[in-house]
Design a protein around this ligand. Sequence first.
Ligand code: HEC
Ligand code: HEC
Ligand code: HEC
Ligand code: HEC
Length: 450
Amino acid sequence: MRIRRLSGLVFLWLLMLLYASCTYGKSQNSETELIIAFSGEETGYLEPCGCEQTRTGGIAKRHSLFLSIQGENQTLFPVSLGDLTNHRKRQDEIKMETLLHALGDMRYTLHNLGEKDLEMGPEVLSYIFYSSPVRLLSSNVVLPDTPGIKIHPYVTGEVKVGDRTIRIGFLGILSPKLPGGTSSRVKIIPPSEAIAPIIKELRDADLLILLSHAEFEESKRLAGAFPEFQLVISGHNSDHPEVTNVGDTIVAASGNKGKNVGLFRYRISDGKGSLDMVELDDRYADSSQMQDLLDNYQQRLRDEDLLGKVDKFPYEEGSTYAGNVICGACHQEIFLHWETTPHAPAYETLIRVKHDYDPECVACHVTGLLNESGFTSLEETPGLKGVGCEGCHGPGSQHVDEAQKGLKTAAYGKLKPMDCETCHDIEHSSQFQYENYWQRIVHPKEKPKG
Ligand code: HEC
Ligand code: HEC
Ligand code: HEC
Ligand code: HEC
């Protein structure tokens, strides 16, 4: 009896040991792998939005992830799907250059052309990619009027993994349905027509991958039509990551705004692939090399004085900004209270995080950046820094005039919850609820001086 119980225990112990050694083996990743990392649709998000406590995404975290997976048995090969920026202003050109520089530093070798990239204009693309180690890929886009630009219909790579050399072939397409393709200077060949002959040419490759800048359904159809692809990387308007199988092909989208990175693990032993989607959250620190690039980006915005060059629009009612101090002369109690709310030092917040020359941030952290007579700079318009009275109530010069003349002021500055949401939008203030938020900063009751 005693002996049998003992042997039972020993058996259990052995089982545990076996289990432990299995999981140990897994976490050490003894498998020799080629890892194709993919990102796309950054649409201008070099870094995560700075307004929330939880910050996901950005090139600085992405780089840390890449640094963490380069092991003895693992070789990393990052590729980019397209749409680095969202608009076509000067700031977007600087962003694109910065992103491309970052991709080069992170050892990306190719970028598939997206429709937003095309919208930057062939000349800008040509200029920005000219000196970059990152090659522009597209199997079906032709720019007949821009001879200076080099677009590769496919890219091949020979990658040493352990003692093997893997030959990879990359193709890339842009959906003809997307707006970038409607420009007369852009010729888009139907994807299937472009892909078929290249696949024939690359038939000796160990691994064929398609970067498909198209809606997920369209990418799935291409995966069905060309089972030669082991991986189809998809993305257009994909606000969250998605992974599925079409036959033996994995179709995957990493979602937009650079929040996630896809890792396709190609096992050398049997040539099989699997997919991990990694969310770039607080587990990943900011890489100092990328942080330097981001600092440099902020410095360029400052050097080019982009803040001074934003497009300004007249305010509908024809009033101009008067400044908090003038309002405070008659609304003293509200003014003194306002000074204690987080709206008052909103510009100082940007100074603290070194984004005080970035128009994209400043717009919501000051008063009237995008309107004539609104904030221009700390030096010229110190009275309009922070979210001042007129940041909510709108320009008040007419109201001031009327009040000074002792006229009964017309309904100036009446607000609706919606007015808060121009700044407290889902992305920058996901917890926003009008009642709850207003109660935290509600004005004291006062009787204004007339
Ligand atoms: C010369 C004094 C004076 C100045 C300067 C002044 N206000 Fe007023 N404000 C008043 C008075 C008086 C009322 C009450 C009017 C009424 O009840 O008819 C008022 C009312 C308001 C109201 C309530 C809506 C309304 O029209 O009744 C808002 C909002 C307001 N002021 C905001 C501001 C802001 C913002 C500024 C700075 C741009 C400002 N005021 C500057 C005297 C002033
Ligand atoms: C012009 C843009 C803008 C508008 C309009 C605006 N806010 Fe804000 N709000 C901000 C910014 C920017 C901050 C963060 C300031 C900081 O901490 O630097 C903020 C912070 C706050 C905070 C503090 C939140 C916290 O967690 O500390 C409250 C509460 C708030 N706003 C309420 C409101 C309400 C209610 C309205 C509408 C009546 C409103 N805001 C309109 C830009 C705005
Ligand atoms: C669409 C308007 C908007 C834009 C654009 C914006 N912010 Fe904000 N920011 C806000 C609002 C609103 C809050 C307050 C959020 C809350 O507490 O709910 C905030 C809060 C913050 C805070 C937190 C303050 C604190 O300590 O609690 C920081 C930091 C910040 N923003 C930095 C930035 C940076 C950097 C950028 C540009 C990359 C930026 N913001 C762009 C609206 C904006
Ligand atoms: C964050 C947005 C915001 C800022 C900043 C702000 N207000 Fe208001 N204010 C409101 C809201 C919301 C109301 C109440 C809703 C309404 O009636 O429009 C209000 C109401 C008022 C009223 C009407 C009287 C009352 O108490 O209901 C006056 C006067 C006023 N504000 C003056 C000011 C002055 C002066 C400043 C700057 C010192 C200022 N506000 C800054 C949002 C703001």
